[in-house]
Write a protein of this length. Structure first.
Length: 164
């Protein structure tokens, strides 16, 4: 949908479009007989736990690809696996941040944990959702690399390959 030239209306339309896409994806999963939680964000603990946490190191501010974001560090149900809003309760904050971005204000970098080539969002779920909805491919992030006893298997928690 083309922009109207009115930042507030465009931010509202972006949210509604992302919400519709999330609803259609959830409906498609249900019709295909997939489990209800198959569309949830992958929890970081489920991936790093079996590998054995050995330590971490701060890598600082980096630009990362949205396609490398595989999940979250917390138990978030506000967004689906593709960071589309899964609940209307996030609308006010989502639209406020999207409006700020549309008006040219810089949004702060997100915070992520890196495990192998994958990233897990610790802070910035709304910003990731907005970036994905508006077609961005990259996002600024403060990256903390997680060191594990065992290496990450090649096929573990592969990002879902979401399209907007």
């Amino acid at each position: 949908m083309p922009d109207t030239g009115f930042p507030r209306a465009d931010a509202e339309n972006d949210f509604l479009r992302a919400r519709r896409r999330q609803f259609r994806a959830a409906l498609a999963r249900r019709l295909r007989g997939r489990p209800a939680d198959s569309g949830r964000l992958v929890p970081f603990d489920e991936i790093v736990g079996p590998l054995g946490w050995r330590g971490q190191r701060q890598l600082g501010l980096q630009t990362i690809g949205l396609d490398t974001i595989a999940g979250t560090t917390g138990a978030r149900r506000d967004f689906d696996r593709c960071f589309r809003p899964a609940a209307s309760r996030v609308r006010f904050r989502w639209e406020r941040l999207a409006l700020a971005q549309r008006r040219g204000q810089a949004l702060p970098p997100i915070e992520v944990y890196r495990l192998g080539g994958l990233h897990f969002v610790d802070d910035g779920h709304h910003r990731v959702s907005i970036a994905a909805t508006t077609g961005q491919r990259l996002i600024d992030a403060y990256v903390t690399e997680v060191l594990t006893v065992a290496p990450l298997p090649a096929k573990a928690a592969k990002p879902p390959g979401c399209r907007y």
